[in-house]
Design a protein around this ligand. Structure first.
Ligand code: FAD
Length: 407
């Protein structure tokens, strides 16, 4: 750990996931000993969403992809506090935040709490309690294991129905990847079973070539894919869906709902009217509404950057660099760059991938608005086909990303 660097101040981070753990670590690494960092996280450890689809075909377990906060605490000297922060716990006027019974003063606050699910547009699901709702398994954890168990216990001629919300949602290739790994499992263990994918989008949102090849090829007769699907009713008791392609009865119902910024971000008043994510200046991820509060990861509106863990890690670093500069009286980097890579398992032995780089584009001269990140066209790359080599590289990529975030 470096000693004093010229930066000094107190930073509180809410949410110890891909974005929050990264910003906390790099604030200490780049800011040095005079930057005090408190990380408030509701859970004792971090169950990864990335690779969690592999739990569904038995290739891994949630235990094996759950990460601890010990290194952040013991090596980087971050004050890790277990607690859940609500909008009312943020005192913007006095620049302090409450977690548990204690107040933590801050010079800069970073909110990185991920996503919230929005069931309001899913007829039949509004108003149901958490335990009555069908599984989303869209935040890695107990729901992932529960979905795996439902699939393992369903009849051998059963049907798994996956619904995909309109983009943007967390992990664009994720739902298609999920259909593939479940189909892979059914092909081996439950011949006669199938996967029905009801996609609210007009077409496959990411890695179109790879997934459509898999759906029509190795999973032909197992995966039925319906783009432009409209769901007009869901009866949870009978697992029956009314849709524009007919009435569908599921053995296992996996509804991935639309997603918004997490509740604490909404309740803190950081999401402009008509939007569902926090408005930020992507030079520093500072809120455009509340000074000294930054929002990173899936709660931030920072498109076209996708809602993805690799990107959340990259945003964590841009934000850490900006805060260290602010705390040492310097200007923030005027031209940040981020990148994202995403590996998608297609079977229990093969995977595909895509990657892209984003660069800052300033606002037009004379404009009072903010700049935005833009994809660098020449940087876009995608696997030509799924392979076992990519499958092995997927674990190396995951190991590196999680080490960069938690170790
Ligand atoms: C099936 C699946 C596969 C995926 N695969 C990939 C992939 O291959 N590549 C990729 O880049 N991304 C992938 N993703 C997406 C990635 O997981 C998310 O985009 C990423 O985790 C977002 O990071 P985040 O920090 O914003 O949120 P999270 O990682 O969800 O972290 C949020 C943290 O905040 C905590 N928290 C929430 N509210 C509070 C509160 N009020 N108080 C205190 N703590 C709170 C939560 O407990 C959590 O630890 C995948 C996602 C899924 C579901």
């Amino acid at each position: 750990m470096p000693g004093p660097t010229g930066a000094s101040g107190r930073v509180v981070v809410v949410g110890g996931g891909m974005a929050g753990a990264t910003v906390a670590k790099f604030l200490r690494l780049w800011g040095g000993s005079q930057v005090q960092v408190t990380l408030v996280e509701q859970n004792p450890d971090y169950p990864s969403s990335i690779l969690s689809n592999l739990v569904l075909n038995g290739s891994t377990t949630m235990d094996r992809i759950t990460f601890k906060y010990d290194t952040l605490k013991n090596v980087y000297g971050i004050n890790v506090v277990q607690g859940t922060v609500s909008g009312g716990d943020i005192d913007k006027a006095q620049k302090r935040i409450r977690a548990g019974n204690a107040w933590y003063p801050y010079d800069r606050l970073v909110l990185a709490p991920g996503i919230e699910f929005d069931y309001s547009g899913l007829p039949g699901l509004e108003g149901l309690s958490y335990s009555q709702l069908p599984l989303h398994a869209w935040i890695g954890g107990a729901q992932t294991t529960a979905l795996r168990n439902q699939i393992a216990n369903m009849p051998s001629s059963g049907t798994v129905v996956i619904t995909i919300p309109p983009a943007p949602y967390r992990c664009p290739p994720g739902p298609y990847e999920r259909a593939c790994v479940i189909a892979d499992y059914l092909k081996k263990k439950k011949r006669g079973a199938r996967v029905i994918v009801l996609d609210a989008n007009p077409d496959i949102v990411a890695e179109r070539h790879g997934f459509s090849t898999a759906f029509a090829g190795i999973y032909g007769g197992i995966i039925e894919y319906y783009p432009g699907a409209v769901i007009t009713g869901i009866d949870v008791a009978t697992r029956t869906l009314q849709t524009n392609v007919g009435t569908i009865r599921a053995s296992v119902l996996n509804v991935i709902p639309p997603q918004t910024a997490a509740k604490v971000v909404m309740d803190a008043g950081l999401v402009p009217f008509g939007s569902v994510r926090a408005s930020v200046n992507v030079l520093s991820y500072e809120s455009t509404i509340a000074p000294a509060i930054h929002v990173i990861g899936d709660s931030a509106a920072a498109s076209p950057q996708p809602m993805a863990g690799h990107l959340a890690n990259a945003q964590g670093k841009v934000c850490a660099d900006a805060i260290v500069r602010i705390l040492s009286g310097r200007a923030v980097d005027p031209s940040p760059v981020t990148n994202s890579a995403c590996f998608s398992p297609i079977t229990a032995k093969t995977a595909s991938w895509l990657s892209v780089v984003y660069a800052y584009k300033p606002p037009l001269p004379g404009s009072t608005g903010f700049g935005r990140m833009e994809a660098v066209p020449a940087s876009f790359a995608e696997a030509r086909e799924a392979s076992s080599e990519h499958y092995e590289k997927m674990f190396k990529w995951f190991g590196n990303l999680m080490s960069d975030t938690f170790a």
